[in-house]
Design a binder for this molecule. Sequence first.
Ligand SMILES: Nc1ncnc2c1ncn2[C@@H]1O[C@H](COP(=O)(O)OP(=O)(O)OP(=O)(O)O)[C@@H](O)[C@H]1O
Ligand SMILES: [Mg+2]
Length: 279
Amino acid sequence: MVWSRRTRVDTRYAAESGPAAVPGAPAVAVAVAGLRFTYPDGSVALDGIDLTVREGERVALLGPNGAGKTTLMLHLNGVLRATSGEVAISGITLGDKSVRDIRRRVGLVFQDPDDQLFMPTLAEDVAFGPANFGVVGAELTARVARSLDAVSMSEQAHRGATHLSGGQRRRGALATVLACRPDVLVLDEPSANLDPLARRELTQTLLGLTTTMLVVTHDLPYAAQLCERAVVIDAGQIVADGPIVDILSDEALLARHRLELPWGFDAESLRRARAAGVG
Ligand SMILES: Nc1ncnc2c1ncn2[C@@H]1O[C@H](COP(=O)(O)OP(=O)(O)OP(=O)(O)O)[C@@H](O)[C@H]1O
Ligand SMILES: [Mg+2]
């Protein structure tokens, strides 16, 4: 099969996942249909995205700089609104009336943690979301403590974001979203700026959640650790969708879309480990 940069999703991969209804399959958590988005300056960022994610799935969103990954995630809770097409979360179509409900269901962890931290202390930042959704008192205090603990940031609770390192701010930003207990967690570059231990702890935290997850990342081994399925986006279109081990083993596909495994990382060994149940 010949692919071009603008090729529609490759059917070898699409056949193995995506929207096809399977009897007894988990309910659909995220349904994106025909999504197009043009920024006010005329840049076409999304050019017809169709994506279905089922409850409990962890999906990596891969693609080169400028592919449309962040733009897509900003549509999932209505930060950006589609030029055309539709987004539905747990069967609820995003619109003016549903946007508040959908914001409660979809937690976005932004590419830049500074977009998420604006209160005098981290504890107040973490309390902000659930308080906004009506959580008060002991329940609020407990949620803040649990969320900070989940990202190993309890000791920094009373420091302001400006006094935290880049990696600490990133972990704090994740805590602000975990505290809202979203049905769908969308993370934009969660491993960027993390030291190896923080990266591993974050992986353990995320693997411990049953939440449906979309993870935008350029860190392909990290994506493979977290996700079974990968979706590759380029020029605002989905160009591949399937098991992450297949996608990371396809050197031609990776090269066509400016994706590269780091030196020493072997996708075949990942496949063998997964097959043996130790991956
Ligand atoms: N505020 C904006 N105004 C105009 N165009 C924008 C804006 N933000 C993004 N774009 C354009 O939209 C396209 C998609 O950008 P987006 O930020 O979604 O890419 P991305 O896949 O997240 O890239 P990266 O890997 O660099 O984070 C790019 O062509 C980008 O230049
Ligand atoms: Mg981005």
